[in-house]
Design a protein around this ligand. Structure first.
Ligand code: NAD
Ligand code: DAU
Length: 382
């Protein structure tokens, strides 16, 4: 298959959880590619997440807001950018419920300014779109929520078969496929949905070479501890209450972040322009069951009695508009590009819990706010 070969990559949001996983992936495996990371360093951006690559000759960091159209246009010119991987976003549903404006500003207007800068810059080049690619990272939440269904009265999870032919456990008969209508419920997913529409509109209207992927919940190292898994690992370690929303019945489909980074790299190089690909692990978990796995794993790794900390579970008021179930069908990606998750969930969770326990300093810097001084130490006086 033809492989698109970018030389000058712009990665937005590269200091966040997933962005940094992708940058580490590319910087190590594709030394011929020059990677410029553009990040505003909001509360979610942490330069320490890129410590492993900061001395690599093919890596550069630029502090910038994706809403800064002039700045982006100039940066694209200066760096001769030929490929964009767009991950920068406000990403936390609970924050979007409190402050929807910031989500519209960054996720919608920021994406639009990036699209317009790419279009205007690439249009000035003699080869125009040729050898260019704008890859937008989206989420499964844009599809809305699925039901927990009981086919033939069977209590979920039940074994089912994806169209790929593989068996897996599911909490309902329906899955998110690429052709589903968008039905976002939270301000976060509404803003992501809107940005996806703009990306597709730039392809359909101007011919900009775009790709969109919609991924399920990621877990792994370097995730900001406002999200369920790192927050709960840290709380279990310090024996703090674990705030479970509602009855803990909501279902999410979990994917190890490095499997997502590998999927992005593959789709960026071999995916078809104007296509959408779903990325997910066929790995559904009810929150409360996942939380029990976390408690058992942390307890075991800390040498405590397994399950000793189950009484930290504290049921709290549910998230407003809480989506019941997400479940991605990633058959298209598997069939067309041969991608599959590489890790079993048990293995991924063990690896993840170990990472947070072994990297308490990272966690302490994040929870104390010290991580935000890293930029000043590294770049201010250069
Ligand atoms: P994150 O919150 O950890 O990181 C977001 C990054 O974007 C941070 O580095 C932040 O500083 C930067 N950023 C925010 N606003 C910016 C702005 N205005 N200009 C420049 N940079 C800005 O998020 P994440 O979990 O790594 O998610 C990355 C992307 O993947 C997002 O687009 C998100 O919607 C999408 N996504 C996430 C998941 C998941 O489970 N984490 C799943 C599917 C899709
Ligand atoms: O599905 C992909 C999405 O996954 C991404 O697009 C988002 O950026 C990412 O934040 C994530 O969204 P969720 O809302 O699913 O993730 P979160 O970690 O916030 O919550 C996971 C589940 O756990 C959800 O059902 C809410 C619940 N929860 C979460 C927190 C933080 C709790 O019960 N208690 C908590 O304290």
């Amino acid at each position: 298959m033809y492989e698109f070969v970018p030389r000058r990559l712009l990665v937005t949001g590269g200091c966040g959880f997933m962005g940094s996983a992708f940058v580490r992936w590319v910087a190590e495996r594709r030394p011929e590619v020059r990677v410029t990371v553009l990040d505003k360093l909001t509360y979610a951006g942490n330069l320490a997440n890129l410590k492993d690559v900061e001395n690599k000759p093919n890596y550069k960091f630029v502090k910038m807001d994706i809403c800064d159209f002039d700045g982006i246009y100039k940066l694209m010119q200066d760096e001769h950018v030929d490929g964009i991987i767009h991950l920068a976003a406000e990403s936390h549903v609970d924050r979007s419920i409190k402050d929807p404006f910031t989500f519209a500003q960054t996720n919608v207007m920021g994406t639009l300014s990036l699209l317009q800068a790419a279009k205007l810059y690439w249009e000035t080049l003699p080869e125009k779109w040729e050898g260019k690619r704008f890859y937008h990272i989206s989420t499964d939440e844009v599809y809305g929520a699925l039901e927990l269904t009981h086919p033939q009265g069977i209590e979920p999870p039940f074994s089912t078969k994806a169209s790929s032919g593989k068996h897996h456990l599911a909490y309902g008969a329906k899955f998110f496929t690429e052709d589903l209508k968008y039905q976002p419920h939270s301000p976060y997913s509404a803003a992501k949905a809107s940005s996806d529409h703009f990306v597709r509109a730039f392809h359909d209207t101007y011919g900009l070479p775009t790709i969109v992927t919609n991924c399920s919940n990621n877990y792994g190292p370097y995730q900001f501890p406002e999200k369920l898994i790192p927050l709960f690992i840290n709380n279990i370690r310090h024996r703090k209450p674990l705030p479970v929303y509602g009855k803990g019945e909501n279902v999410r489909d979990w994917l190890f972040v490095e499997d997502h980074a590998r999927a992005i790299d593959l789709i960026f190089h071999e995916g078809k322009i104007a296509e959408t690909y779903n990325i997910g692990g066929f790995n559904e978990w009810k929150n409360i069951d996942l939380i029990k796995v976390l408690i058992n794993t942390v307890d075991r790794l800390l040498g405590r009695k397994e399950g000793e900390d189950l009484d930290l579970i504290t049921y709290v008021t549910d998230r407003a508009g809480h989506d019941l179930r997400y479940a991605i069908d990633s058959t298209k990606l598997q069939k067309e590009l041969g991608w599959e998750p590489s890790l079993q969930f048990e293995e991924g969770i063990e690896k993840t819990v170990r990472w947070y326990l072994d990297n308490q300093e990272w966690m302490d810097n994040v929870t104390s706010g010290d991580y935000q001084k890293y930029y000043d130490d590294m770049y201010k006086n250069r």
